[in-house]
Design a protein around this ligand. Structure first.
Ligand SMILES: [Fe+2]
Length: 394
């Protein structure tokens, strides 16, 4: 059996006020219908149960690229504590620390503190999103996190360790089985894992309400549509509705609150390795339904990364790929395949994520290098990085 998460002792630490969970929306929305994967079933001694779990996972990642993960080993109370800590960081980070730890996306990384004015180091237009991003450096060096969070870094590190080393590892086992490859295939060959968060990062995000003129100016979008670069993204479901996914019906649909569940989406690395069988699904963050517009949205996310020096190729040794071939339906795999077929080296994973973070992170569709183009009745923002075309629905 997989061991559940054990939190470090909190005795003797400063008092951390409890995060109050905002009420759920009463709005009747066109919700995305996602499958739920009970991760504890992976430990079942009943082979049929495990086989059904792998089949359900296969359906979820081929149809949606998003799924709810439950029973992954973290209790509701342990999760509450991590939200308490994220709120504490945002409420108590000093102005000096905001300057000292201000991020610099031109470096190709989001490490440190994001202010509420856009996605560059320099302040741009107001977007109302604050973040603190814990990369390897922030986890390992006590001088790279806000002073206020120092007494709690053991808890944050232990939580990240569990999410990467247990939850993500078990998830990658499931996904390896879908590819009919050995259990450790994706963990050993693709996952960056040489520290607590590898080349990935853990994010404490705080979305302040977006109202009035700011809401109008941003056309209700908080974060533009995108796919994630890495292996898996683990997002803890929150009551304030804002996450939308580009569904199999070719439209944006919001994801409903599922208390305690992880909302998992697959990144581009897994789409490429799986030869297009796994979908790196596009998603965006919008404003909230009217009955939630006064509430802050606190969000915890772990972005798991692929190994930086790899140039990704489809895992042609997969019996699934050998039997069924590639799936040429969408996204980055199709674009990588063009380069591979032409004998042109694809970017390394490090180059691929850093060029996007450092140049055109969260750029509006109409400001992308290829502007907005209509293809098959759908409008896409079009960009190109390192010879790879990127199309994202508006
Ligand atoms: Fe994302």
């Amino acid at each position: 059996m997989s061991a559940p998460f054990t939190s470090p002792n909190i005795e003797g630490k400063p008092i951390v006020p409890r995060w109050q969970r905002p009420p759920t929306t009463q709005a009747d929305l066109d919700w995305a219908t996602l499958h739920t994967i009970d991760l504890s079933l992976l430990d079942s001694p009943d082979e049929d149960v495990v086989r059904d779990l792998v089949e359900l996972t296969k359906t979820a990642i081929r149809e949606d690229g998003f799924l709810f993960l439950t029973n992954y080993g973290v209790s509701l109370e342990q999760l509450q504590r991590q939200f308490d800590l994220a709120q504490y960081l945002h409420r108590n980070i000093s102005d000096d620390d905001k300057q000292r730890l201000l991020w610099d996306p031109s470096s190709g990384r989001f490490a440190g503190w994001k202010q509420q004015w856009g996605w560059k180091r320099e302040a741009g237009e107001f977007d109302g999103i604050e973040q603190f991003n814990f990369y390897r450096g922030e986890i390992e060096n006590r001088d790279r996190v806000p002073d206020c969070i120092l007494p709690f870094m053991d808890e944050i590190t232990a939580f990240c360790d569990y999410l990467t080393g247990s939850v993500n590892r078990r998830l990658l086992t499931l996904l390896s089985r879908v590819l009919e490859l050995p259990d450790n295939y994706l963990w050993d060959h693709i996952q960056s894992q040489d520290s607590t968060v590898g080349d990935g990062y853990f994010r404490h995000a705080l979305f302040h309400p977006l109202l009035g003129e700011d809401k109008k100016r941003r056309k209700s979008v908080r974060m533009y549509g995108h796919t994630d670069y890495g292996t898996t993204t683990l997002l803890f479901s929150v009551p304030v509705t804002a996450l939308h996914i580009w569904s199999k019906q070719d439209r944006w649909q919001p994801v409903k609150y599922n208390p305690g569940a992880l909302v998992v989406n697959l990144g581009e690395a897994l789409e490429i390795v799986s030869g297009g069988h796994f979908k790196a699904t596009k998603h965006k963050v919008t404003d909230t339904p009217a009955d939630q517009e006064e509430f802050e949205r606190l969000s915890l996310v772990l972005f798991n990364a692929s190994k930086g020096d790899m140039r990704l190729m489809p895992a042609v040794e997969s019996p699934l790929l050998q039997r069924e071939g590639f799936v040429m339906e969408q996204g980055v795999f199709q674009q990588y395949k063009k380069l591979i077929d032409a004998g042109i080296p694809v970017p390394t994973n490090k180059q691929w994520r850093e060029i996007q973070i450092s140049t055109r992170s969260q750029v509006a569709p109409e400001e992308k290098s290829g502007g907005v183009q209509e293809i098959g009745g759908v409008k896409f923002g079009v960009d190109e990085f390192l010879g790879v075309k990127v199309l994202l629905p508006v």
